[in-house]
Design a protein around this ligand. Structure first.
Ligand code: PGA
Length: 239
């Protein structure tokens, strides 16, 4: 695990360079993307580099980590909407090559097809991850088996509370999601992990220095051969 500590702006630039390098060597790379506030700096930087002609996504394929169950892709809190607005509409990617799990009429059986689609695309070259305060990656909440593939998830109270800020009322926050499993994430060839802010310091410490346990889903990353951890000074403050 390689750890990079810097300002959020510099981290976004450094992480973006990984995409520039990867897509230069492999224009048809398969990219795993994440939602949340953490990747916004990186997405802004990727859009800027794309507009400047320094990177092209024209041949790339993407798979997002997760989606809320019950929200159409046109809902402004769906992760499909988020990705279109914050990245896909701003870069030269072909929309048909972007995949976000479908949150409508989802079952575990249908969800597992997502892993098959990832495999058929050649597997994920570079997976981006953030972390929840409870250690979740994607929507893999504490206790999710390390062998899990894409599946339907009951969101924990902590996650529902954390996401309530994006909805009019906490009652509007979906209580389920569909998420890549831990095994799906661990199958990626390389992983970029980003965490920003003092409120992530405790869980970042557990992830990097704590026991590898399903109770802290992100701790599984200690077992992955190629993870780069991008954290700002506040998130690194307990290391
Ligand atoms: P955040 O979410 O980037 O909005 O903090 C991260 C996550 O819950 O995975």
């Amino acid at each position: 695990m390689k750890i990079i500590v810097d300002t959020p702006e510099k981290l976004a630039q450094l992480a973006a360079q990984r995409y520039v390098e990867l897509l230069k060597n492999k224009p048809n790379a398969v990219l795993g993307y994440a939602t949340g506030s953490t990747p916004l700096g990186l997405y802004g930087e990727l859009a800027r580099l794309n507009a400047a002609g320094e990177v092209s996504f024209a041949e790339a394929t993407t798979f997002n980590l997760d989606e809320y169950v019950g929200l159409e892709g046109t809902h402004d809190q769906s992760y499909r909407y988020f990705m279109n607005k914050n990245l896909f509409d701003k870069i030269d990617i072909k929309k048909e090559n972007t995949n976000v799990p479908c949150g409508i009429d989802m079952t575990n059986e249908k969800a597992a097809q997502y892993d098959k689609a990832i495999e058929a695309a050649g597997g994920i070259d570079l997976q981006l991850l953030g972390i929840g305060h409870n250690g979740h990656i994607g929507f893999n909440e504490p206790g999710t088996p390390f062998g899990s593939v894409t599946h339907v998830v009951d969101l924990t109270e902590s996650t529902i509370n954390a996401n309530a800020r994006f909805f009019e009322s906490i009652n509007d926050v979906p209580t389920q999601a569909v998420s890549m499993g831990i095994k799906t994430v661990m199958n990626a060839r390389s992983i970029i992990f980003i965490a920003l802010g003092a409120d992530k310091a405790e869980i970042v410490k557990k992830m990097i220095c704590g026991e590898v346990t399903p109770e802290v889903p992100a701790s599984v990353l200690q077992l992955h051969p190629d993870v780069e951890v991008y954290i700002d000074h506040a998130a690194a403050s307990l290391l």
